[in-house]
Design a protein around this ligand. Structure first.
Ligand SMILES: Nc1ncnc2c1ncn2[C@@H]1O[C@H](COP(=O)(O)OP(=O)(O)OP(=O)(O)O)[C@@H](O)[C@H]1O
Ligand SMILES: [Mg+2]
Length: 456
């Protein structure tokens, strides 16, 4: 049932309108002023607002402007007194769907309402369809069929269309940014901005102004007022990339912004209200940063309402053939290139420390250098054909060597393998070994295993 809000300061007119529209089967609510209308609109949504133009306080024109801005899918019909056609024209220019003049003709009124609701319906469907297309499009860009990726897809589907802050972790090149986009385009904010701030790439002195904006003259070079990304992303999503590199002095400010949904531009003492969904990503071990005192624990919990961990490519070698086919298709469209089975097997064995990005770059190079339409083992770079055994420890194997193996030696190899698979993220490695992180750290100490990868 369509919902209509009638706004008029004349009680008898309100009653007549209400009676006529309720008779048509609409759900009708009324408000006696612009102020009351805004209150009602803040509480629930309407398909159509029918408002008088001339009212004390917030008039019909201002109400129209607010409705167009805040809920563009709601249609507005304005009521003008006979003979004030200029007002009606102004209202149409400002986005009203139609105007009716009073005293009004009942049939004319009902027809206008019916038309407005039909258009409203079409527009709403349109927005919904566009949203569905963009969601499918965005999630479709993330290639993977392995269990860890299925898990990621399920999480995306569950949390995309919520307000929850999501912290995306994972090694470099695992697709964190793709996930952030999929979350935005799968949400009700899809039509509003998606903005990114890379906390590692912007010098500390500029980062604060980038995030919160600044007032003219607040520092050398601030030649005019500038809005920050929080404000620019209003109604949409702000993606804080490389959040692990956020300087500690700014962490408190971000935390406040998230808690209060208010920001203070540099050099200003006025707060600006914002409505943004926050997504963050990092390839650092934030729990370790917290222990080091480089990251605030309270901010961490605020950002990681829903954590999504992106698996490294070496944890999901089954996805490599899919990714290879996908990239060959997009990098060389219309030119079928075949990968021989032994070459594919080598690509699956290679540890891909740079993850999907490294795979993508490697294929791009191979496509340029190839002769013919087959990529065989001999086309692959040496390091992929013969991956070096992992330095510092023997390759771990579940096969029990015939001559036996020391228990401690096996434990050390297992820990090394878990660290390698977790990209030396200790919390993640502890998860893989199903022990608390402090136990892992203790064992690492016992075996004198360094905290960082020996290759770095
Ligand atoms: N599952 C995937 N399917 C298709 N392409 C992917 C996938 N994962 C990553 N990519 C591609 O790999 C590249 C790197 O991905 P992305 O920028 O999202 O990684 P990241 O995790 O943000 O890396 P970094 O930590 O280095 O910023 C991009 O070109 C992206 O399109
Ligand atoms: Mg990234």
């Amino acid at each position: 049932m369509a919902k209509i809000l009638i706004v008029d300061d004349d009680a008898s007119l309100r009653r007549v309108l209400e009676y006529n529209l309720a008779e048509e089967g609409y759900a009708v609510a009324t408000a006696a002023s612009g102020e009351e209308a805004l209150e009602v609109l803040g509480r629930s949504s309407f398909d159509l607002v029918l408002t008088d133009i001339k009212m004390e306080g917030i008039g019909g024109m201002e109400l129209l402007a607010r409705v167009r801005r805040d809920t563009p899918e709601t249609q507005v019909i304005v009521i003008t007194a006979f003979g004030t056609i200029e007002m009606a024209v102004e209202a149409m220019k400002a986005g009203a769907f139609e105007y009716v003049t009073k005293p009004f003709n009942r049939d004319e009124l009902k027809l206008a309402v019916r038309k407005a609701l039909r258009v409203q319906h079409l527009e709403r469907d349109n927005v919904r369809l566009r949203r569905e297309v963009s969601t499918r499009f965005e999630v479709k860009n993330i290639i993977g069929d392995s269990e860890p990726m299925q898990h990621v897809f399920r999480l995306i589907e569950k949390v995309a269309d919520t307000a929850a802050a999501v912290l995306i972790t994972g090694d470099s090149g695992t697709g964190k940014e793709l996930v952030a986009r999929a979350l935005h385009y799968g949400s009700g904010r899809a039509e509003r901005p998606f903005l990114t701030v890379n906390c590692a790439a912007i010098p500390r002195e500029l980062l604060e102004s980038e995030l919160f904006g600044h007032k003219k003259g607040s520092f050398t070079g601030a030649i005019r007022d500038k809005k920050g990304k929080f404000e620019e992303a209003h109604g949409g999503t702000l993606f804080l990339d490389e959040i692990g590199d956020l300087p500690i002095e700014l962490q408190a400010k971000i935390l406040r912004a998230l808690q209060e949904m208010e920001v203070t531009p540099v050099g200003s003492n006025e707060m600006v209200r914002v409505d943004v969904r926050i997504l963050a990503a990092t390839n650092r071990d934030l729990e370790e940063r917290i222990e080091e005192g480089a990251f605030r624990e309270d901010l961490y919990y605020r950002l990681a309402v829903v954590p999504i961990h992106m698996p490294s490519l070496r944890e999901r070698p089954d996805d490599i053939p899919l990714l290879v086919t996908h990239f060959l298709g997009t990098l060389a469209p219309g030119q079928p290139v075949r990968v021989t089975p032994d070459a594919m097997a080598a690509l699956q064995r290679y540890p891909w420390r740079g993850n999907v990005r490294e795979l993508q770059n490697t294929l791009e190079r191979l496509l340029i250098l190839r002769d013919g339409d087959t990529l065989g083992l001999d086309a692959l770079p040496d390091k992929i054909r013969h991956p070096a055994p992992d330095p510092g420890h023997g390759a771990f194997s579940f096969h029990f060597p015939p001559e036996g193996v020391g228990l401690e030696e096996a434990e050390r190899a297992l820990i090394m393998e878990a660290l390698r698979r977790a990209g030396w993220n200790q919390s993640r490695a502890a998860q893989l070994l199903k022990v608390p992180r402090h136990i892992l750290l203790y064992r690492m100490g016992k075996f004198a295993i360094p905290r960082k990868s020996p290759d770095d």
